[in-house]
Design a protein around this ligand. Structure first.
Ligand code: NDP
Length: 389
């Protein structure tokens, strides 16, 4: 039986790793849709290699280029947000959600509405609209599988376990590019320095978010949403080697750790083959050679994003959508050279503090999430303007 699969964000780091796994067994999959944004050559060549039904770019100005690149292949080309949402609604058995940012939310919701299994790398969706995603999955009998390495690790450690016996969840963090930098040097960190990760090969945005720990902050909220535990049951542990991805602590004192190489094809492959385990092309760890694994507590002065995430979890409602939108806009500001590395957290904190409680407490519908997202982006742009000016 072939499985119908779609990959949203196919041209990115997670998308390419997903294609690597699927292309190893082409007869097992019938590829429905691949989506991308700016990388038209990659999108078109993967669509032709995997014989997809349709390729979609988020960027409407690139539609002609995509059509030209696909000419003669019989593969449909489309562009823009409406097209992304439309392919989200095309029947598929398994969908990889790997668009970066809140833009991944609407296509993911559509995939759940048509009952697909959604492999969720796009953590921003859960941060912005966790309850909406979970209720949509439930209402449509659709399954949500985590792809973030930490959440895949927790998911695997929980197989066969009773959630009532879970005392705590520990997600690990490498500490990113500036883990060992003197604090007073952080203000002058450059884009190139922030864009280099010591262990993982990922897209630029998540790499910078790892250096600032905004990535881990999103993952704290993602953990709460996905596993339904209280914020005080979730811990972050700095683990520079990135071999243990997460641990689950049980009421009898046992800690179940998931250990594996820093290669996203493990978590993607687990979600692709779940509930089975299949052979995956990832390195096997030689722990004797590694010798030692080290751990340290997170430093909330170095990484204020962690404190902000805890405030968001306490606040609830649509504060996750505000947090994520302000974070994405602050990151744009840092990438554009308008604000410094440490100013990103200041921007997010100010937007959170200034947001009208009426926005946060609005019902969690897709329209309200979108409206709050837009409002927070504008507020963040205003703060950046003020700070940069
Ligand atoms: P990349 O930046 O490498 O790729 C992002 C993908 O989204 C690309 O296909 C890109 O297209 C597309 N894209 C960008 N902007 C838009 C938009 N506005 N609308 C639609 N599509 C868009 O990101 P990653 O693969 O690193 O990350 C993807 C998601 O997975 C993120 O949510 C990230 O947090 C999460 N994740 C990533 C991990 C990793 O190892 N990389 C680990 C765990 C989670 P194009 O390239 O053509 O412009």
């Amino acid at each position: 039986m072939t499985r119908r699969v779609s990959i949203f964000g196919a041209t990115g780091s997670i998308g390419q790793n997903t294609i690597d796994l699927i292309a190893r067994d082409p007869d097992a999959y019938d590829v429905v849709a691949l989506t991308g944004a700016s990388n038209i050559d990659q999108l078109a060549s993967d669509a032709m290699r995997l014989r997809a039904d349709i390729a979609v770019t988020a960027d409407e100005t690139q539609l002609d280029d995509l059509r030209t690149a696909l000419e003669g292949s019989g593969i449909e080309a489309a562009a823009g947000q409406a097209a992304l949402t439309e392919v989200g609604c095309r029947p598929a058995d398994w969908v990889m959600s790997a668009i970066v940012g809140a833009a991944g939310l609407a296509p993911g919701i559509c995939a759940l509405e048509q009952g697909a299994t959604l492999a969720l790398a796009n953590k921003e969706s859960l941060v912005c609209a966790g309850q909406l995603i979970l209720s949509t999955a439930k209402a449509n009998d659709a399954r949500l599988l985590p792809v973030d390495s930490e959440h895949s690790a927790v998911f695997q450690a929980l197989v066969g376990e009773d959630m009532d016996a879970v005392e705590r969840i520990i997600i690990t963090a490498s500490g990113g590019a500036f883990r060992d930098w003197p604090l007073d040097k952080l203000a002058s960190a450059t884009l190139a320095e922030a864009s280099s990760h010591p262990n993982w090969d990922m897209g630029q945005r998540i790499t910078i978010d790892s250096a600032s720990m905004f990535n881990k902050a999103l993952e704290l909220i993602e953990t709460r949403e996905y596993f339904g535990v209280r914020p005080d049951q979730i811990e972050v542990l700095v683990h520079p080697e990135s071999m243990i991805h997460a641990m689950v602590g049980f009421t009898d004192g046992a800690l179940m750790a998931h250990v594996g190489p820093p290669d996203m094809r493990h978590a993607i492959g687990y979600a692709l083959h779940w509930p089975d385990r299949r052979a995956l092309p990832v390195d096997r760890l030689d722990l004797a050679q590694i010798g030692a694994l080290t751990f340290r507590p997170p430093d909330e002065v170095r990484w204020p994003a962690l404190r902000l995430a805890r405030e968001v979890m306490e606040r609830g409602g649509l504060s996750g959508a505000v947090f994520n939108a302000a974070k994405e806009t602050a990151l744009d500001g840092f990438i554009a050279g308008r604000i410094g590395f440490q100013t990103m957290a200041q921007v997010v904190e100010q937007v959170l503090n200034d947001t009208d409680p009426g926005h946060i407490d609005a019902p969690m519908t897709l329209d309200n999430v979108h409206a709050v997202d837009q409002m927070a982006r504008q507020a963040a742009r205003d703060v950046i303007e003020h700070k940069a000016g």
